[in-house]
Design a protein around this ligand. Sequence first.
Ligand SMILES: [Zn+2]
Length: 114
Amino acid sequence: MHHELSIAKNILDGVLKEAQCHGAKRIVGVNVNLGALKGISPEALQLHFQCITEGTPADGAALHIHHIAAAARCAECGHEFPIEHMMATCAKCDSPRIEVTSGLELFVDAIDVE
Ligand SMILES: [Zn+2]
């Protein structure tokens, strides 16, 4: 199974439960926060989401993906800087001891219902 497919299913499961809780009949939009370090293709996620929502209360719902840029803090000097990947070193002192502060997010922020 594709990574994005299982993620799309997790998102849909959560969204359907949430909608049921609120007695919503139809889900029109889903807002997802996606960190740059998750290695997930937004296009693939969109496609899978559209496909698996067919025939569910989320049929036709728009998936809004909000990108969260990756950043880290150096454990040595405290410098905060944007990163491209997990193996990055400090932009100031070149220390490999960095703590990722953002970019690993993957969660449903809000859903729009009718
Ligand atoms: Zn540093």
